[in-house]
Design a protein around this ligand. Structure first.
Ligand code: SF4
Ligand code: SF4
Length: 94
């Protein structure tokens, strides 16, 4: 009986976390604060969804969010950026 209650609680927790993760991915997207970025590319290497692309020319150091639809707003890139050059913003709804 106790095991059953614990399993039910764990299942509910997983469902709840998944719900909030999906909701965040739908509403938020990453934004690069260009004047803080040093172009280290740490964020590009970290993104498992391959949503970011490194700068292609010398003038623009910072990476770009090439595939916004792939960004799940997981914050992995924010955690690895030492220069606080990434933030989550609301997705455009138009
Ligand atoms: S980790 Fe930060 S500083 Fe490095 S490229 Fe990404 S946004 Fe720029
Ligand atoms: S928030 Fe996650 S999915 Fe979006 S660009 Fe950063 S690492 Fe990639």
């Amino acid at each position: 009986m106790t095991t059953c209650i614990i399993l039910t609680c764990v299942a509910l927790l997983v469902i709840l976390l998944s719900y909030f993760r999906n909701k965040r991915a739908k509403n938020k997207v990453i934004h690069i604060i260009a004047d803080r970025c040093t172009g280290c590319r740490r964020c590009v290497k970290t993104c498992r969804r391959k949503a970011l692309e490194p700068a292609k020319d010398k003038e623009s150091l910072h990476p770009v969010l090439k595939y916004p639809e792939k960004c799940t707003a997981c914050k992995d890139c924010i955690l690895v950026c030492k220069f606080h050059a990434l933030e989550l913003v609301n997705r455009n709804v138009d």
